[in-house]
Design a binder for this molecule. Structure first.
Ligand code: GLA
Length: 390
């Protein structure tokens, strides 16, 4: 990749005001818990989106997606969801920024922007959130908007809801913006309090295995899961009015309200809520394992999360299940599970360094034999969150 500043200069014939780098994310544990007021444990990674930006004054946005070789020009006002998906991640956050700033004065009168990156799309690494965070961070710097990282994360989340149509939680944007090198972030998705934990894996590494499956169902099923959880929560609240959010629920209450009368309440709603309540509990215990340095116990919880996501939450797919099952009995694999929204994308694995090559090779061969697809392997390092490029 040619440096983003040079790319910008080539396209627009002037030097950009600034450039920003914004990472994708992994999540060690706490899946589908962010929009259910649970906890998550993500980190920013060494795959990223870069943007370079410069001001215009003619009321237009000129957007260049370098990897796709596409340029789109739109007037900055009256932005609405666009037919080209990547454009929505960009104008979605512009819309949020304008709502917040341009009511006061006509501060932002257009800009030029170039985007490129190396986050595989549809792999569950949050390339869309990285684009949103890169753009909002760049606008914040360019126009001195004084937005905090948390404000930017919340605005990017809203952009995803309104322009991409996915009712996602906060995890992806939060992680991209707040990442720190070699640290995972424990985020309380109810209070938005967070804490950093060093991830010391010693002889082990985090490795992603990419199924190469990109399910078109992902966003519609995602929104359905969210609705099912909301319905389940309401049913539990009818009997237990003190319950405000999922965190207040224990497994007995799930059984009592949803498990005992599945014919009436629906087996799916029961399964979804059971998973969420168990996962919220599991993440809190996993963080204790982490601080105690007990990665074996931590890894077991990752396998348990996968089981729940596959059987109860039903967001896995045969390929993801295959990859997790294949490493489960391997003594050199501490933990593995599907990661992100599901229906394809990657599994996240903690694997002994000395065995990594062999395990990856054997798994790739088995995967190719079973699904006639290559397995893509990404060793991952944990990096700093969204920042200005020097
Ligand atoms: C996607 C969403 C996140 C989160 C995960 C599942 O990545 O964008 O908000 O819900 O799925 O944990």
């Amino acid at each position: 990749m040619l440096a983003i500043r040079s790319q910008f200069l080539n396209h627009f014939n002037y030097v950009p005001s600034l450039a920003v780098k914004s990472p994708g994310r992994i999540n060690l544990i706490g899946e589908h818990t962010d929009y259910n007021h649970g906890f998550v444990l993500p980190a920013a990674i060494d795959k990223y989106i870069e943007v370079a930006i410069g001001k215009r004054t003619d009321g237009a946005i000129h957007m260049v997606a370098l990897d796709l070789g596409q340029t789109i020009i739109l007037p900055i006002h009256h932005l609405a969801p666009h037919a080209t998906p990547w454009v929505n991640y960009l104008i979605g956050v512009v819309h949020q920024v304008l709502e917040k700033t341009n009511t006061k004065d006509d501060l932002i009168k257009g800009f030029d922007i170039c985007i490129q990156g190396n986050i595989p799309s549809g792999a569950g690494l949050s390339s869309s959130a990285a684009v949103e965070c890169a753009v909002i961070f760049a606008l914040n710097e360019l126009y001195q908007l004084q937005l905090t990282k948390m404000e930017m994360a919340l605005m990017a989340q809203k952009a995803e809801h309104e322009f991409a149509g996915v009712k996602c939680g906060l995890m992806d944007m939060f992680a991209s913006l707040h990442g720190q090198k070699n640290k995972v972030i424990f985020l309380d998705c109810a209070s938005l309090a967070y804490a950093y934990y060093p991830l010391e894996l010693k002889d082990y590494s985090i490795v992603l295995f990419d199924t190469q499956i990109k399910h078109a169902l992902a966003s519609s099923e995602y929104n359905t899961r969210r609705l099912e959880c909301e319905q389940g929560l309401k049913m539990i609240q009818e009997k237990y009015p003190a319950v405000k959010i999922f965190r207040d629920i224990n497994t007995e209450q799930v059984e009592d309200c949803l498990g005992s009368n599945k014919a009436l309440t629906g087996v799916k709603i029961y399964q979804r809520c059971k998973y969420v309540v168990e996962e919220i509990e599991r993440v809190q215990l996993a963080v204790k394992d982490l601080t105690a340095g007990d990665m074996q116990a931590f890894g077991k919880k990752m396998f348990a999360t996968h089981e729940g996501l596959s059987k109860l939450y039903e967001v896995s797919c045969p390929e993801l299940d295959f990859l997790v099952e294949a490493v489960k009995q391997n003594e050199h694999v501490i933990g593995a599970r599907m990661m992100g929204g599901g229906f394809g994308g990657c599994t996240i694995n903690i694997i002994k360094n000395s065995e990594l090559d062999l395990i990856s090779k054997e798994l790739a061969a088995a995967y190719l034999k079973k699904y006639q697809k290559p397995l893509v392997v990404y060793p991952i390092s944990i990096e700093e969150g969204t920042h200005l490029l020097a």
